[in-house]
Design a protein around this ligand. Structure first.
Ligand SMILES: Cc1ncc(COP(=O)(O)O)c(C=O)c1O
Length: 409
């Protein structure tokens, strides 16, 4: 365990971990089950095109989401594009800026304008009052994001959508298996999108899915994902190929088998982080409602530089030196990156900017042990409780001279 600043790898001490531990490491699965499924697909020579494994995966995801329809896709970014296209959104789409670039890019890719809206600082998700204020005659839809798996204010957004006649969708990339007031994520708005990227709590190597109770929308999406074949009303854009392969579905099913155990392990990890970082001034692990179901796939800490004296980016940097690959999820926010920054220079989202500058995702998942967390927390505690001294020493060592010069990386 590290006791003094000189023990930190940033200042020449040994790295805490010999090998890197990452945010978003793939969770454990039962390999024999995956190999059995792959063998079965190979034996039957059905490798893609709405195969039996993809259909089984869709049924299980629809079940988890509590809806009638699920269309599995090659990833969530394409699923978002399909949804925007199938729903015939036009003009402007309101969304949070505190999200992964894919939410905005999917809309932009189709020539529409993402309109970034501020968040409720307590949840990190869209503030319904800010959404209402952002509606213009060009607005056609709202995209909420269940950030870190914590559901949006779904009731207020559903009411707003009903009152304004706007379509309402959710990017639920982080939120498989989560609930809001006991209702499963996947069942809100007109449709929701999950990601099954390798870094996600349920993974299909690469994968995504759109879930909805709108049968017409589901039919349209399924057709558009398969070159536009069988569309009742043809699309001017034709169609695309967004299908999930059988190999991905085999992984997705095997990952779903492991999901309850992974979520339990994640919950234990989250609670350990909370305990170990509980009494550090200026540092908090974000709340997760214990009365809801949650996948606990992200452990997010918020660091207050004014109290700790430690800039968030320096914390990330010093963790890297210890072979702990933490992530700034999500920083910079979308309105602060291109192609949006120069288009929307006047956009100022105070709650988004404040939270985005303070958050760090720490490693969790089924390959992270109690001992790993003990060591990560040891570093974070040492750094945060002696933040001013550490920062001064780092500036002196790096010759940066000026306060606030911390490389982003
Ligand atoms: C909020 C959010 N939306 C969309 C995506 C895109 O998912 P995919 O990598 O499956 O395209 C991600 C991926 O990390 C995400 O975090």
């Amino acid at each position: 365990m590290k006791r003094d600043l000189g023990d930190l790898a940033l200042f020449g001490g040994h790295a805490s971990f010999l090998q890197q531990i990452h945010v978003g490491r793939p969770n454990r699965i039962e390999r024999s089950r995956l190999f059995d499924r792959l063998s079965w697909a190979l034996d039957n020579q059905w490798l893609t095109n709405n195969g039996p494994l993809a259909r089984e995966f869709e049924e299980r995801v629809a079940d988890l989401a509590g809806v009638r329809n699920c269309v599995a896709t090659c990833n969530a970014t394409v699923a978002l594009q399909l949804l925007v296209h199938a729903a015939e959104l036009t003009g402007e789409v309101i969304m949070p800026s505190l999200t992964f670039a894919a939410t905005a890019h999917a809309v932009r890719w189709l020539g529409l304008e993402p309109v970034f809206c501020d968040i409720d600082p307590r949840t990190g998700c869209l503030d319904p009052a800010a959404v209402a204020a952002a509606v213009t005659p060009r607005t056609s839809g709202i995209f909420g994001v269940h950030l870190w798996g914590r559901p949006c204010a779904v009731d207020a957004l559903e009411k707003l959508a009903a009152d304004t006649g706007l379509r309402l969708f959710f990017d639920a990339a982080h939120a498989i298996g989560c609930t809001s007031q006991g209702r499963p994520v996947g069942s809100f708005g007109d449709a929701e999108v999950f990601s099954f990227h390798a870094t996600k709590v349920v993974n299909a190597f690469e994968g995504g899915a759109i879930v909805t109770d709108d049968d017409d929308l589901a039919h349209r999406i399924r057709s558009l994902a398969n070159f536009g074949f069988n569309l009742r009303t043809p699309s001017a854009a034709g169609g695309t190929n967004a299908k999930m392969s059988e190999a991905s579905a085999a992984m997705g099913l095997t990952s779903l088998d492991a999901f309850p155990e992974v979520a339990r392990h994640n919950r234990d990890n989250y609670e350990q982080y909370r305990r170990e970082l509980a009494r550090v001034p200026g540092l908090s692990v974000i709340d997760i409602d214990p009365d809801e179901r949650h996948n606990y796939q992200y452990v997010i800490i918020e660091i207050d530089e004014e109290i700790t004296g430690l800039p968030r980016d320096l914390l990330v940097e010093l963790l890297r030196a210890e072979n702990v690959v933490a992530q700034r999820y999500f920083s910079p926010a979308c309105h602060q990156i291109e192609p949006y920054r120069s288009r929307q220079e006047a956009v100022h989202l105070p709650h988004t900017e404040r939270l985005s500058a303070r958050v760090v995702a720490l490693p969790t998942g089924s390959t992270i042990s109690r001992e790993d967390i003990r060591r990560v927390c040891n570093i974070v505690r040492l750094a945060a409780t002696r933040g001013s001294e550490l920062t001064a020493r780092w500036h002196q060592q790096s010759g940066a001279g000026e306060q606030g010069v911390v490389p982003a990386g």
